[in-house]
Design a protein around this ligand. Structure first.
Ligand SMILES: [Zn+2]
Ligand SMILES: [Zn+2]
Length: 256
C-alpha cells in the first residue's frame, strides 16, 4: 500500500468512528479491539471450516468423515501443493465482507480479514519451525486499479497472529503474467483450466538466497478466496520448479 493510501486510512479512521465493515453499525471501542470492524451479529453468522475438510485441498464436507480420504475436488487432479487450509465458508456476511474489502477501496478491512484467517493456525500441519510466506500476486494492471493486493495485506496480518516460535518471512516470489478472467465468472471446468501459465518467478535473487539457506524450506501461499485450488496449485508448481521446497501449503480466508 502506498504512503498516501496509509495516510488516507489514518484520516478516515479519525474522521469516522469505527463501524462494522458489513452492516455499518457503530462499534464500541472494546468491540473494535476484540474484532476490528465486525459487529457481534455479523460475526455470529460466519461459518468456520473446522472439522470435516479434505486433507489435501481443504474442501469442506458436511458429513462426518472417517479416516483418510480423497475428495471429489482433487480426485484425478495433480495439485502442486501438499495441503490447503481455509478458514471460513464463502457465503453471506463473509462473502460480502471480502467484496467490500477488495472492490470497495476499504483497505482498512485487512485488519479484520487478517484476524479471520488467523484461525488456520489451529491446523497442526502449519506448526513448523519456519515458513516463507508467499502472497498470490495480482496482475500489475489490477494492482493499479485496486491500489493494493488483498492477499499480501492478508498475509501481513496473518503473520501477526502466528503462534510463538514460528519464524516467518514474507517473500514476493511470484508475479502474475496473464490478466485472467475473474474466477467467480467461470464455471468449474473453466476454473480448473483458467490459471494455466498465469504465474512466473519474480525474483531469481530471492530464490538463490533461499536455496543457500541451510534450513528446511517451507512455503506458505496466501490467497483471499480458494475455490477449486487451481490458482494456488499453479503458484505452487512454479515454486516447485524453481526451488526444491520441503513442503508447500496454501491458506485462504474463504472457501467457495
Ligand atoms: Zn455488522
Ligand atoms: Zn480434496
Amino acid at each position: 500500500m502506498s504512503g498516501l493510501a496509509h495516510l488516507w486510512q489514518g484520516v478516515r479512521g479519525w474522521v469516522y468512528p469505527p463501524a462494522c465493515g458489513v452492516c455499518d453499525v457503530p462499534l464500541t471501542t472494546e468491540r473494535q479491539v476484540e474484532r476490528p470492524f465486525l459487529c457481534g451479529d455479523c460475526e455470529s453468522t460466519l461459518k468456520a471450516i473446522e472439522d470435516g475438510y479434505c486433507e489435501i485441498c481443504g474442501q469442506r464436507y458436511d458429513a462426518p468423515l472417517l479416516g483418510a480420504f480423497q475428495c471429489a475436488n482433487c480426485k484425478d487432479r495433480e495439485l502442486a501443493f501438499d495441503f490447503a487450509v481455509s478458514a471460513w465458508r464463502s457465503a453471506g456476511v463473509a462473502r460480502e465482507l471480502m467484496h467490500r474489502f477488495k472492490y470497495g477501496q476499504q483497505v482498512h478491512l485487512s485488519r479484520l480479514v487478517g484476524s479471520l484467517i488467523s484461525v488456520v493456525w489451529r491446523d497442526e500441519r502449519l506448526l513448523r519451525d519456519s515458513w516463507v510466506v508467499v502472497p498470490v500476486p495480482l496482475h500489475p494492471k489490477r494492482l493499479r486499479e485496486r491500489g493494493f493486493n488483498q492477499s499480501r495485506e492478508i498475509a501481513v496480518e496473518m503473520m501477526r497472529y502466528a503462534p510463538p516460535g514460528i519464524e516467518l518471512e514474507m517473500c514476493d516470489l511470484l508475479r502474475r503474467t496473464r490478466h485472467t478472467v475473474r474466477q467467480a465468472q467461470l464455471d468449474r471446468e473453466d476454473r480448473l483450466r483458467n490459471p494455466d501459465g498465469a504465474f512466473e518467478l519474480k525474483s531469481y535473487r530471492l530464490v538463490k538466497r533461499l536455496e543457500d539457506e541451510e534450513k528446511e524450506l517451507n512455503l506458505l501461499l496466501v490467497d483471499d478466496v480458494m475455490t477449486t485450488g487451481s490458482t494456488v496449485s499453479e503458484c505452487a508448481s512454479v515454486l516447485r520448479e524453481a526451488l526444491e521446497p520441503d513442503r508447500i501449503a496454501a491458506v485462504s480466508v474463504l472457501r467457495g
